[in-house]
Every structure is written in structure tokens, then in C-alpha cells.
Design a protein around this ligand. Sequence first.
Ligand code: ZN
Length: 245
Amino acid sequence: MGIHGGNSTPNWIPVNKSVTGVWKNIASIENILNKTNVRLKNLLVCESHQWNWVLEPSGTFSSKSLKDLLSKSADSPQKWLVWTNLIPLKVNLVMWRAQLCRLPTLDGLIRRNILVGSDVCPLCSSAIETVEHLFTGCEIALDIWSQISSWCKIPQLFCFSMEDLAQIHNNLRGCKSKAMVVQAIIHTACWVLWKARNDAVFNKKKIVTQKIFTDIKTLSFHWVSNRCKMGVGTWENWCNFDFQM
Ligand SMILES: [Zn+2]
């Protein structure tokens, strides 16, 4: 890992606005990791002014080592958890929590007496909000999966569980790299849906399906085109889902 900071040994990653890349990525997931009882401070040590990642012998951060740790630390590790390097860590982590039903949806908060009030889905207002409902049963999610199917030129997506959503890349014919791009788009869609849900709950923002879909397209283009070695072409290629891999 590179060094960001002065000559003294820092107590913690000196992340500031001018720092980019892996540092910003790692710092951005600290809060999410805290919610899963994984302490980032236990995974990084500072030696000779250099931060080292304790899960790799080389000291270099790898998202795979973090995924392996999270899978082991989960109460009931799921073999089908999917992690993709085409999108940021924070997105993988939200998907990971969703796959383990660990997102703080209204049904769980009410069951644990943390929240008193309505447990109705803030997206569609017509069912109890659970993780599976939000991402697979909600009419807003169904609309999004339908639009993604048309855009990515794949058979209509029908998902009944988080496992179905996580396994889509395995059920697609043709190029495996392109299938992983579709999976990255699905992860991005869950991230955007969860953000829209939070905006509706906490900021009383209106749900506009077309905006959710546009955000998914824009964010996934930004993330995948920056991380995919083979490239996904121009924005126009992306919008037509027309690129070679
Ligand atoms: Zn709903």
C-alpha cells in the first residue's frame, strides 16, 4: 500500500478529500463493516509509515481476502454469495448484507422493538418491507429488473429470492465476462434501490422508477468502465449494451 501522510506514525488512515483510489475505498466501507462486527482497525497495521493489510502475506489489500473473512464470520455462510471486482467494495458489502438478510428493513426493526410504526414498503406501499420483498417482490424492483433485461438483451429476469438474484450470471448464455458485467449491474441496482428506499424513509423523497433506472445505468457505467480491463466502450455503447469483451 502506498503512504499518505507525514513523517510521524499515523493512528489511522489519514484519509482526506484529496486522497483517492484504494484509500478512499477502504475508508468508505468502515461504517458498513462496523455494522457487521468487523473492525477495520484490526485488519490494518502501520509499520514503517506504511499501512499493511493483515489478511494478505504481501500486506496489499485484496477484496477477495475481505470477502473470505466476511463469509467465515457470517452466522450462516452462504455458498452463493457473489462478490465482483467491477464495482466498489461498499456496494458488494450492501449486497452481502442483503443476501444474509442483515439490512435494517422495517420488518426486522419492528420485530426487534427498535421501531414502532408502519412496516409497509416505502417503495410500493402495498406489502410488508422485507429484504426479499424490496429486491424481488416489490413492483418497483420488478419494473427495474424488466428494464435491465431489455437493456442488457437478456431473457426476462424473474427472481424469487436473493439467491436467484446473486446467481443470474450463472444462468446467462454466452460470454462469461459479459455475464459478470450483468451481475455487476444487478449489484448496482440493489445499491440504488436501497439508496432510494433510504431517501424515501429518511428524507421523504418521492420514488421515481425512471430516475432509479437512469442512476443504475450511469453509476454502473462509471464503476465498470473504470474497473474492467477489456473496457465497455463509450456511453453510447453502454446504453445500447453493445460492446465486445
Ligand atoms: Zn414494495
